[in-house]
Design a protein around this ligand. Structure first.
Ligand SMILES: [Zn+2]
Length: 201
């Protein structure tokens, strides 16, 4: 068995984060097992709870979500507020499509490994239904709620070329502009290796 490799995480400003990612032929995709293994390894080394393939510079529809670790860290009251129908998940989503979004929304703070040292309040549906292949390449159609659904939506946005920043109001976006430029220029330090856009091309 091969050792997992830590991959650099693509920083804000790199064009791959704005690409709409493509489905893969999961049975024929070369190195799928290694890619997913390396993504889990990279995500945990960076202290993240989700990671999408474009964040490691691979523009395909694969992402990971671990809400179980967060569930385990929370007190009972917080679990009741934030989790609904699951005790956290730890799952791989391949070729995912959100097929339904609940009408009820809620707002919570989000951050992103590609946008270090920043956070913002994002309004999202409480519930979503999503079809995908799991890590065993089995077809799933599941409905998720609460924090698990939020994490899935954040990662799903990555494979659609969307960042949580896009949901912030114009005033907040303007306020963050300089910080975002610092991230794109490699002037914000992260605890993990990052990959920056090639400024020469
Ligand atoms: Zn993110």
């Amino acid at each position: 068995m091969t050792e997992a490799t830590e991959l650099p995480i693509v920083a804000y400003g790199h064009p791959v984060l704005r690409q709409k990612c493509t489905d893969i032929d999961a049975l024929a995709y070369p190195g799928l097992y290694e890619l997913v293994m390396n993504m889990w390894y990279t995500m945990y080394n960076a202290g993240g709870c989700g990671l999408a393939a474009p964040q490691v510079n691979v523009p395909v529809r694969i992402f990971l979500v671990d809400s179980r670790h967060t569930f385990e860290l929370l007190e009972d009251g917080e679990r009741e507020d934030l989790f609904d129908g699951d005790e956290g998940i730890q799952d791989t989503f391949i070729n995912a499509r959100i097929i339904d979004r609940g009408a009820r929304t809620w707002t919570d703070e989000e951050g992103c490994l590609s946008i270090p040292n920043l956070a913002g309040e994002v309004e999202r549906p409480w519930s979503i239904t999503i079809s995908y292949l799991d890590g065993r390449l089995e077809e799933q159609v599941k409905t998720f709620h609460g924090l698990t659904a939020r994490m899935i939506q954040h990662e799903y946005d990555h494979i659609e070329g969307i960042l949580y920043l896009d949901y912030l109001n114009k005033r907040k976006q303007a306020a963050l502009k300089k910080r975002l430029q610092r991230i794109a220029d490699g002037k914000e330090s992260a605890r993990y290796p990052m990959l920056f856009a090639d400024k020469t091309s």
